[in-house]
Design a protein around this ligand. Structure first.
Ligand code: ACO
Ligand code: OAA
Length: 372
C-alpha cells in the first residue's frame, strides 16, 4: 500500500468536467480566461452539467427554470427564523438549511438522471435565495422574493439588498461566480463525491460539501483574508504584519495552493476586479495592501495568491458582509458539486481507501472493574 499525507498527488477519479494542467484551468476544455471574459454564470452551469456550451434556446430554458425555482418554500423561511441568525454563522445556517431542503423534497432519494437534473435546478436556484434570506432575516428584514426578470447574479444581489443592482455590480459578481464554479477534485468536491458514491442523495452530497468548503484551509479562507485586511487597516502596516506572520510560522489566508505552483489562473481576474472596484468605492488601500502581501510572500516563500485572496476585496467593494463571502463561494461551487455528483452516479464505485494502522497491537482486554 502506498500512502501520501492529505492524498497529495493521488489521482482518485476520472473526470471530464474541469482540468488543471500546467497551472492552466479549463472547464470542459474551455480556458478559464475565455470563460471569465466572455461567458455568464448560467452558461457555465449548463456547460458543467451537460459538458457542452448551451445554444441560445437551451440557455434561456435554463434561465427560466432557475428563475421559476428560486422561491423558497415557506417552511425554509420559517426554519431560518427559528434560530438566532445574529449569532449563527451563515455557513452553518446554509449547511443546515440545505439539509432541511432535502427533507422537504419528495424526490430527495430518487436518483434517476431525470430526477437528479430536476433537483439540481432546485438546489442551484434555492441556495442563492437561502443565503440572501439569512442576511435579510438577521438584519430584521423580510426576505425578498426573487425577480424572474433578472439574471442569476443580479437576482442574488436584488434579494440581498432589496434593490436592483447596477450593471457594474452584476458584471463583477457574475465573473466571480464563473471563476469559482468548479475546480477538479478540491476538498469539498471530493467530499461530495465520497458521499454520493455510497448512493446517498444530492442533498446529502451538497450538505457534506458545504461542510468541507466552510473550513479556513478551503473556501473559508476568503473571510480570513478580509479579516486580515481590516486588521491591517492601513497600507504602512501591511509589511510589518506579514513579516510577523511568517516569522511566527503562521499561515496567511488566501495564499498557497496544493496544485498550483506558478500561480492560480483565477487570481489575476479577481486582482484586476479588486483594483477597479476598490478605486470606485474609494478604498484602494485594500487592493494596495493585498498587492504588498502577495508580492512579499511570493518573493520570500514562492507561494502564490489563490482564488480566495482578491475575491475578499472584490466582495467587500460590492458592500457584502464578510461572513457571506464563503456562502457566496458555495452559491457558485454548488454548480460544480452537482456536475461531479452526476458524474459520480454515472459510473459509480464506492470510494473507500485504506489507512495504514499506527496504533498499538495485541492488547489484552481488561475488564472495567480491573482498570486503573
Ligand atoms: C479555494 C481554496 O480552497 S484555495 C486555498 C484556500 N486556503 C488558504 O488560502 C489557506 C492558506 N493556505 C494553506 O493553508 C495552504 O497553502 C493550502 C491548504 C492551500 C495548501 O496546503 P498544502 O498543499 O497541504 O501545503 P502545506 O500546508 O503543507 O504548506 C507547504 C509549505 O508552505 C507553507 N505555506 C503554505 N501556505 C501558506 C500560507 N498561506 N502562509 C504561509 N505559509 C504557507 C507551509 O507552512 C509549509 O511550509 P513548510 O514546508 O516550511 O512547513
Ligand atoms: O482545488 C483546491 O484545492 C482548492 C481550490 O482552489 C478550489 O476549490 O477552488
Amino acid at each position: 500500500m502506498t500512502q501520501t499525507k492529505g492524498l497529495a498527488g493521488v489521482v482518485a477519479a476520472h473526470s471530464a468536467i474541469s482540468s488543471i494542467i500546467d497551472d492552466q484551468l479549463t472547464y470542459v476544455g474551455y480556458k478559464i480566461d475565455d470563460l471569465a471574459e466572455n461567458s455568464t454564470f448560467e452558461e457555465v452551469i449548463y456547460l458543467l452539467w451537460h459538458l457542452k456550451l448551451p445554444t441560445e434556446q437551451e440557455l434561456s430554458a435554463l434561465k427560466k427554470e432557475l428563475a421559476d425555482h428560486a422561491e423558497l418554500p415557506r417552511e425554509v423561511i420559517n426554519h431560518l427564523r427559528s434560530y438566532d441568525l445574529t449569532k449563527v454563522r451563515p455557513m452553518a445556517a446554509l449547511r443546515t438549511a440545505v439539509s432541511f431542503l432535502g427533507m422537504l423534497d419528495p424526490e430527495a432519494d430518487e436518483i434517476s438522471e431525470e430526477a437528479n437534473l430536476r433537483k439540481a435546478i432546485r438546489m442551484q436556484a434555492r441556495i442563492a435565495s437561502i443565503v440572501a434570506a439569512i442576511s435579510r432575516i438577521r438584519q430584521g428584514n423580510e426576505p425578498v422574493a426573487p425577480n424572474k426578470d433578472l439574471s442569476f447574479a443580479a437576482n442574488f444581489l436584488y434579494m440581498l439588498n432589496d434593490k436592483v443592482p447596477s450593471d457594474m455590480e452584476v458584471e463583477a459578481l457574475d465573473k466571480a461566480l464563473v471563476l469559482h464554479a468548479d475546480h477538479e477534485l478540491n476538498a469539498s468536491t471530493f467530499t461530495a463525491r465520497v458521499c454520493v458514491a455510497t448512493l446517498s442523495d444530492i442533498y446529502s452530497g451538497v450538505t457534506a460539501a458545504i461542510s468541507a468548503l466552510k473550513g479556513p484551509l478551503h473556501g473559508g479562507a476568503n473571510e480570513g483574508v478580509m479579516k486580515m485586511l481590516l486588521e491591517i487597516g492601513e497600507e504602512e502596516n501591511a509589511l510589518p504584519y506579514v513579516k510577523e506572520k511568517l516569522a511566527n510560522k503562521e499561515k496567511v489566508m488566501g495564499i498557497g495552493h496544493r496544485v498550483y505552483r506558478s500561480g492560480d489562473p483565477r487570481a489575476k481576474h479577481l486582482k484586476k476586479m479588486s483594483e477597479e472596484l476598490t478605486k470606485i468605492t474609494g478604498q484602494p488601500k485594500f487592493y494596495n495592501i493585498s498587492v504588498q502581501i502577495e508580492d512579499y510572500i511570493k518573493q520570500e516563500k514562492g507561494l502564490p495568491a489563490n482564488v480566495d485572496f482578491y475575491s475578499a476585496s472584490v466582495y467587500h467593494s460590492l458592500g457584502i458582509e464578510t461572513d457571506l463571502f464563503t456562502p457566496i463561494f458555495a452559491i457558485s461551487r454548488v454548480s460544480g458539486w452537482i456536475a461531479h455528483i452526476l458524474e459520480q452516479y454515472s459510473d459509480n464505485r464506492l470510494i473507500r481507501p485504506r489507512a495504514e494502522y499506527t496504533g498499538p497491537q495485541h492488547q489484552q482486554y481488561v475488564p472495567l472493574s480491573e482498570r486503573a
